[in-house]
Design a binder for this molecule. Structure first.
Ligand SMILES: [Cu+2]
Length: 460
């Protein structure tokens, strides 16, 4: 009997052990670095397909200081972050119950810190300069400090709300100047039991974090005021893409001064926000808001601040909901840029079961990940193409010249296919089944290019 009781006690202890000791420590390595930042890398207003308006075209590249994430304490290998994060520092994630360690290395030329919102810390780990000072209040250039923060119950979502919430972190030595410099980023805390291994909520397909903020480069002069979303103006923010049907979570942030009253507005969809349906959300400087969207309306949609002055000044981006990919009857075969450029021929493969009698290809310059400029020229196959067969199609050589071009690459896509049985295939949208030959494949291996002609103007 005693023996059985001991077994039960041991079994109970073992069963409870994972719960008692499952406190996760998530360790991040984040440096502050002086960098150069371009508010409009394309040099264009990508939401309207035209040059940047004055006065913003004068200078879009400025010196900033950013939080950059590394893989470990050597601070030699950078972690890649999604393009859409833009100027924001890396996402620091935790599940309620976790401990967060951030080893901060100050590689910039001024003293900085990391101050978290929403998490629990003691004085030394507050990362803010005021009396009395904690050890992590300000870290001098070249120095490092490891902050320890707790994501307790009060850091997570409340019952009935979304499964994750967003908080700020930013430098707090001379906060106004440092935030304007770019030293800011998001913390996401997921409810206990609802996080995957990364700490991200399991019940949403993707989370986007978007900061609405006016960066001031010239002490308030118009040409130095960048009304940006994640540090990009006039549609230059890349990567807000999702699949049709995805449950998507938007974490909205605002920072800045009394001009930073922002009202993010989605075209194309409403969101669930604080027990109401909304397509505009109100933000004040320092605000953090979380809204959920079911991305069931395919297309490219405008996402912008609804304050008139801010709209005018380029506080806009687009997001794209992809419909499920259509099966393609042919593919353009992946090849080296140099090889294609030299031969002025692309190879086409018949992916379907039916023999193809004839087909035509169109092409366009990929000016940015959101902007494909179609060319009018069409090229035709010169002989039938059996199932699984490949043949080369001669295309114009002029598009492969590098002189004076700033495009990322050249895209080819089928525009018409005539099968041997007399039936035809035409694209639903021009650009369906496209393939890009990158001018520099090493620089743009994973750029999430969008099907062309999806960029539609969605004016209010
Ligand atoms: Cu605004």
């Amino acid at each position: 009997m005693i023996c059985l009781r001991s077994v039960v006690v041991i079994a109970l202890a073992l069963a409870l052990a994972p719960k008692l000791f499952a406190v996760k420590v998530r360790h991040y390595y984040i440096a502050a670095e002086d960098v150069s930042w371009d508010y409009a890398p394309s040099g264009r207003d990508l939401t309207h397909g035209r040059p940047l308006p004055e006065p913003y075209r004068t200078q879009t590249r400025w010196n900033k200081t950013r939080y950059i994430e590394y893989t470990d304490s050597a601070f030699s290998t950078r972690k890649t972050q999604p393009e859409w994060l833009g100027i924001l520092g890396p996402v620091i994630r935790a599940e309620v119950g976790d401990t967060i360690l951030v080893t901060f290395l100050n590689r910039s030329s001024s003293t900085h810190s990391i101050h978290p919102h929403g998490l629990r810390y003691d004085k030394d780990n507050e990362g803010a300069v005021y009396l009395p000072y904690g050890k992590g209040a300000g870290i001098a250039p070249g120095e490092r400090f490891t902050y320890r923060w707790q994501a307790g119950r009060e850091s997570g979502p409340t019952a009935g709300g979304p499964s994750s919430v967003v908080w700020w972190y930013h430098s707090h030595v001379d906060a106004e100047r440092e935030i304007n410099a770019g030293l800011l980023g998001p913390i996401i805390v997921t409810a206990a039991g609802k996080a995957d291994v990364r700490g991200a909520p399991k019940d949403v397909a993707r989370e986007f974090i978007v900061l609405f903020m006016i960066f001031d480069e010239l002490k308030g002069k118009d040409e130095g005021l960048f009304h940006s979303i994640n540090g990009y103006i006039f549609g230059n923010l890349p990567g807000l893409v999702m699949k049709q049907g995805d449950k998507v979570r938007w974490h909205l942030l605002s920072m800045g001064n009394e001009k930073d009253l922002h009202t993010p507005h989605w075209h194309g969809k409403t969101v669930d926000y604080q027990n109401r349906h909304a397509d505009v959300i109100e933000l004040l400087p320092g605000s953090m808001a979380t809204a959920d969207m079911v991305a069931d309306n395919p297309g490219t949609w405008l996402f912008h601040c609804h304050v008139s002055d801010h709209m005018e000044s380029g506080m806009m981006a687009t997001y794209t909901v992809f419909s499920p990919p259509r099966s393609c009857p042919v593919s353009v075969v992946r090849e080296d840029w140099a090889r294609v450029a030299e031969s002025s021929r692309v190879r086409v493969r018949n992916l379907g079961p039916k023999p193809i009698r004839k087909l035509s290809l169109l092409s366009g310059y990929l000016v940015s990940s959101l902007d494909l400029q179609p060319l009018i020229l069409a090229w035709f196959s010169d002989k039938p193409l059996p199932p699984d067969g490949e043949q080369t199609v001669r295309v114009g050589s002029e598009m492969f010249t590098t002189k004076g071009t700033h495009d990322l690459g050249v895209a080819f896509y089928p525009s018409w296919i005539l099968f041997a049985d007399g039936t035809e295939w035409k694209p639903h949208r021009l650009g369906d089944c496209f393939h890009v030959f990158w001018r520099n494949s090493r620089d743009h291996p994973d750029l999430p290019i969008l099907p062309p002609v999806q960029l539609q103007q969605q004016e209010d």
